[in-house]
Write a protein that binds this ligand. Structure first.
Ligand code: FRU
Length: 326
């Protein structure tokens, strides 16, 4: 029999529709498999802040012991997250922040640092001079605000590097295919595009290719996911020049949740580190992530085996009882 759940974790996710979020969820599930006493529910807000607020209210009605939340937009999602916290329910903010200090712990990348690292890398790639275009994540989302802030801070140290244009996006590629062509035609001298994630970076590449600019314009993205269409592959294929690693942090979020629930010591701010992935280290990164993936598959197989053995043992126990009773 499965043990009765002692903790209920609710996860309010801003969207679950891309590979990065799926990697996050996979990491959570892997870590959760070590805690069979925990029940876990995810609600997908589908990029809709009003829906996210509604879903967090539902969590409150259903009853949860801890909330993990990735806020779709900072402002509109803040009040309900504060309410959860004020009711004494611990809140773990994962990746996308609210505007409030009222949360128990933050887990995720430091997006100011991501932007700064990108800016300094861009400066070295362009030998400190040239024209840069930035494609931002959705307005009002904390990673877009912070990546932009860090990026412009870093660029400010290089007077010959100019940020000549900005394009807003909704974090997804079609918005780039829509908006970039016009801006790029107005700024045909652009030397480099910094896109706030690798999906946007791929869109930028496609537009550059269409306009015959793909050989000249360099592209830098963010995320650095392994797998088929992930950033590591894009760097390896020479579609983008570099990507900034931004870990989804699923495992870390669950580990943090368990520490809080079990009243173990923890830090409030937990930032996952970033690094540049470019042609100089992409092969190493690839080998390492492949190794990690295969080790995770081994763990899953072992867990499955363990479950099977438990089931076999349980049914043998029943046989023993029946025999003893006969
Ligand atoms: C995935 C994503 C990532 C990005 C992150 C920022 O949904 O768009 O590509 O790094 O969200 O929150």
């Amino acid at each position: 029999a499965t043990p009765t759940p002692t903790y209920r974790i609710g996860f309010s996710q801003c969207t679950n529709g891309d590979a990065w979020r799926q990697a996050m969820l996979a990491g959570m599930k892997k870590e959760l498999s070590f805690y069979p006493e925990v029940s876990f529910e995810i609600k997908d807000a589908k990029y809709n802040s009003a829906l996210q607020e509604q879903q967090i209210k539902e969590f409150l009605q259903e009853g949860i012991d801890l909330l993990i939340v990735s806020a779709n937009e900072t402002e509109p999602v803040t009040p309900i997250v504060e309410e959860v916290y004020n009711r004494g329910i611990p809140v773990v903010i994962l990746d996308r922040r609210t505007t409030s200090k009222l949360y128990t712990a933050y887990v995720g990348g430091n997006n100011i640092e991501v932007g700064q690292t990108a800016g300094n890398y861009v400066a070295s790639l362009l030998k400190q001079q040239g024209q840069v275009l930035e494609i931002l994540g959705a307005p009002g989302t904390s990673p877009a605000v912070d990546r932009h802030r860090g990026f412009t801070q870093a660029l400010a140290a290089y007077p010959q590097l100019q940020l000549v244009a900005q394009v807003n996006s909704n974090w997804e590629r079609p918005s780039v295919l829509d908006r970039l062509p016009t801006v790029l035609r107005q700024h045909p001298e652009v030397d480099l595009i910094f896109a706030h994630n690798d999906r946007l970076a791929l869109g930028a590449y496609q537009v550059c290719k269409q306009l015959g600019l793909d050989r000249r314009i360099k592209i830098v993205g963010v995320d650095g996911l392994p797998g088929m269409h992930g950033g590591i592959q894009l760097v390896q294929d020479g579609i983008i020049n570099a990507t900034l690693l931004y870990s989804p942090g699923g495992e870390e979020a669950i580990r943090m949740a368990m520490k809080i629930l079990r009243k173990e010591p923890y830090e409030k701010e937990n930032s996952l580190s970033t690094m540049v992935i470019d042609s100089t280290n992409v092969l190493t990164m690839r080998l390492q992530t492949e190794k990690l993936t295969s080790q995770q598959q081994d763990i899953q197989r072992q867990q499955q085996l363990l479950r099977q053995q438990r089931d076999t043992y349980a049914s043998q126990q029943i046989v023993l009882y029946v025999l003893a009773a006969a």
